[in-house]
Design a protein around this ligand. Structure first.
Ligand code: T1G
Length: 700
């Protein structure tokens, strides 16, 4: 076989089966066919005693080709290919570099031996796509690791590093490459040694399953179901693994297939595929096409508070030279402590060795001299959220920052156009809206101001990608994409409270919907004062007919600013969120003052109003050109606000439910909320035309 994505190269007694299907060696039909043909070729070649799968490019096989999903099964099926590899009289080995994921890992599990590069990882991440392993992963893995570990691996979808894989019995050998060494050579040597030893291991599928008490397995399944908050795949994956306790391999494989088929066409799997590809579409923008980003190697962060410290750590981790500017020595000391604390957290979670904390923290330079920022290629401002403070800072930065450097503000609610206008070079400015904690949260809104130059925007995207973030394009409006939707739906939640729902009932409804936290718990966590000061700033502009709930203002006036003050919508005296009679009394007083008779609100009503309000505000954001595509809105809500990924985000979900239905819900929300909650023109038009948001995005 000389062409196609699978090519055989015979070296001595070993046939190296090269897989070359860029970018990630996904198991397309051609790859499956190539592997299947390779089994026959190896068997037919009398000089060859064993086969070794190696992959070209950056990774071992990263799994099934997700783009083939939903197109119906194309022969040969992966399960059959793996069965052929496992049943071959000549032993097969897998040489894993990069990541062996999903079907890629399953291919490796069908081999006699697995040799891993010490930096490589394996995993069965199918649950993240709303499915379960579909080519024997749930049946072979427990035969190596035991049921409990296999359930943990398939329900989390996490990647297992080479060292751990070896301990778990997944990897038979791990090689640490010396500079100049080829992985292929080392892997080949390992196979030759195994051949020389003359013993062939029992195929994984023929090994016994380490026993586990049925009740214990049930507990693990129940835990997976609970953690999944409505997502089906983790529970199904756990059940599939547990099947191995009662079914033989063939029956277990059939049961796995049945569960796989049930999920692959399910709306949850479609939504998660949308989320997977959506993440990867974010930076594919027409305005970035062919635009070269400016070179960035040094990043200055202004302000070493929670946000600034997080940004600094994220930048240093990505390999940038980082300087943090603080106002005085005391603030600089606090910033240094914060940065140290973040690395300490890494060490506690075993992300870095404990003795690396000091070195990493010290690598971030902290200064109180603005002149030290003169050499920075990118300056990110993360100071107190006050327009005058920021404008004054940028006026000063303008004098010291070198020409050609990019400057960004991390404001969440202020107008970046006005901030940029404080400098003599607004074209070099953009917004970089990080989410806290900035070293953990992947979402970053990249804000194009009225003047941002194309290569400044491209630079912001390039840096964000290098930080491992998910950059989402947005233009300027109050709150950009995420906070604008959040502020709008939060107001609606407040209406529901005034109308009769308790904050706890709303939180329960939304966690049942799949959010990790309810909105009032989030409100308490981020602090009630941010939106309070916004409301005070905008008080004068408020129209008299706009529905206004005074409850949060009253809580703020009582000093209940959320968790940080020990109380907000809930009381935290016990360390846990508790419903507080004081809040109940405030709510009751406000209802009485407005003559509202409290009526209980059903969980479904809360959920559909929330979806409708989010989708409606998202549609406005689209029609105003603040966000470019529905997927940008979806990714912001999933990655910044806990919107369940298995629902695909509010725009995807609105399409899935049907826009006419959602429009009806928006009208209901409008009736309750009044001005500000009118149906978005875009949605009304799409319903009239019988089109979806996805159709609209395609036609632009
Ligand atoms: N199928 C098709 N395309 C894929 C793909 C896949 N499995 N994985 C990645 N791509 C595309 C991706 O869209 C992007 O395209 C490009 O490759 C580079 O990806 C039977 C049912 C391997 C860790 O879930 O986790 O096996 O945007 O930007 O950061 O049980 O890709 O350039 O056009 O992410 O270096 C299970 C998914 C499948 C792995 C590499 N496997 N992929 O990360 O690059 S289900 C997965 C990843 C399955 C079996 C079943 C990552 C990566 P474009 P990238 P990266």
């Amino acid at each position: 076989m000389a062409s196609g994505p699978v090519v055989i190269e015979v070296r001595g007694k070993v046939a190296i089966v090269w897989v070359d299907n860029p970018p990630v060696n996904a198991l397309s039909q051609a790859v499956r066919q190539g592997l299947s043909d390779a089994v026959a070729a190896v068997e037919a070649d009398a000089k060859v005693a064993a086969a070794l799968i190696l992959c070209r490019g950056r990774t071992f096989i990263a799994g099934a080709d997700i783009r083939e999903f939903g197109k119906g099964p194309l022969e040969p099926l992966l399960t059959d290919v793996i069965a052929r590899i496992e049943a071959s009289p000549k032993p097969w080995a897998a040489a894993i570099h990069g990541t062996a994921l999903g079907g890629g890992f399953e291919v490796a599990l069908g081999c006699c031996w697995r040799v891993m590069d010490s930096r490589a990882e394996v995993g069965l991440p199918e649950v993240k796509l709303g499915i379960i392993p579909g080519a024997g992963g749930t049946q072979r893995l427990p035969r190596l690791t035991g049921i409990a570990t296999a359930i943990e691996a398939v329900t989390s979808g996490r990647r297992i590093g080479a060292g751990e894989a070896q301990k778990l019995g997944i990897a038979d050998a791990v090689v640490d490459l010396e500079p100049g060494e080829e992985f292929a050579d080392r892997a080949l040597a390992a196979v030759e040694a195994w051949l020389a030893a003359g013993t062939m291991p029992v195929p994984v599928s023929a090994r016994p399953v380490p026993p586990l008490d049925a009740a214990e397995a049930e507990k693990l399944i129940a835990k997976a179901v609970e953690r999944a908050r409505g997502q089906l795949s983790p529970g199904e994956a756990a059940r599939a693994v547990a099947d191995a306790l009662t079914l033989d391999f063939a029956a277990g494989l059939a049961a796995e297939r049945a569960r796989f088929l049930k999920l692959v066409g399910h709306p949850q799997a479609k939504a998660l595929r949308h989320a997977f590809f959506g993440e990867r579409e974010l930076s594919k923008l027409p305005m970035l096409d062919g635009v070269k980003p400016r070179a960035v190697s040094t990043i200055a962060v202004v302000g070493g508070g929670t946000m600034g410290a997080g940004i600094a750590v994220a930048a240093a981790d990505a390999g940038y030279t980082v300087t943090v500017l603080e106002t005085d020595a005391a603030a600089a000391k606090r910033a240094a402590e914060r940065i140290h604390g973040l690395y300490q957290g890494y060490a506690e979670r075993k992300r870095i060795p404990a003795d690396a904390v000091g070195v990493k923290a010290a690598a971030i330079d902290i200064t109180t001299e603005i002149g030290d920022l003169g050499t920075a290629d990118l300056v990110v401002e993360a100071v107190f959220e006050d327009a005058e403070v920021k404008r004054d800072l940028f006026r000063r930065l303008d004098k010291v920052v070198r020409p050609g450097a990019v400057m960004a503000t991390n404001t969440s609610y202020l107008d970046p156009n006005r901030i940029a206008a404080a400098t003599g070079r607004p074209a070099e400015m953009c917004g970089l809206h990080f989410f806290a904690p900035a070293n953990v949260m992947r979402l970053v809104e990249v804000i194009e101001t009225a003047d941002t130059a194309p290569d400044v925007l491209a630079t912001a995207f390039a840096v964000a990608l290098k930080l491992g973030k998910l950059p989402v394009f947005a233009r300027v409006c109050d709150g950009f994409i995420g906070n604008r939707i959040w502020a709008t739906v939060r107001r609606h939640y407040e209406f529901l409270v005034e109308d009769g729902a308790s904050p706890a009932a709303i939180d329960a409804a939304m966690t049942a919907y799949g959010f990790p936290m309810g909105p009032f718990a989030v409100y308490d966590l981020s602090g009630l004062d941010i939106s309070w000061s916004w409301r005070k700033r905008n008080m004068a502009d408020r129209a008299p007919d706009v529905r206004y709930v005074d409850i949060p203002d009253r809580l703020c006036e009582m000093g209940r600013l959320g968790r940080k003050t020990g109380a907000g919508w809930y009381d935290y005296a016990s360390g846990k969120a508790k419903t507080d009679p004081v809040v109940e009394a405030v709510i009751a007083e406000e209802r009485a003052r407005k003559g509202v008779t409290a009526r209980p609100v059903a969980a479904e009503t809360i959920q559909r109003r929330a979806l409708a309000v989010m989708a409606n505000e998202g549609a406005r954001i689209l029609e105003e050109g603040i966000a470019l595509r529905p997927l940008d809105v979806d990714m912001v809500m999933i990655h910044g606000y806990g919107y369940p990924a298995w629902r695909g985000g509010p725009m995807f979900e609105a399409d899935a439910i049907g826009l006419p239905t959602v429009l009806g819900w928006i009208e209901e929300a409008h009736a309750a909320g009044g001005p500000g909650f009118e149906p978005a023109r875009l949605l009304v038009e799409l319903v009239q035309q019988g089109r979806t948001l996805a159709d609209w995005a395609q036609s632009r």
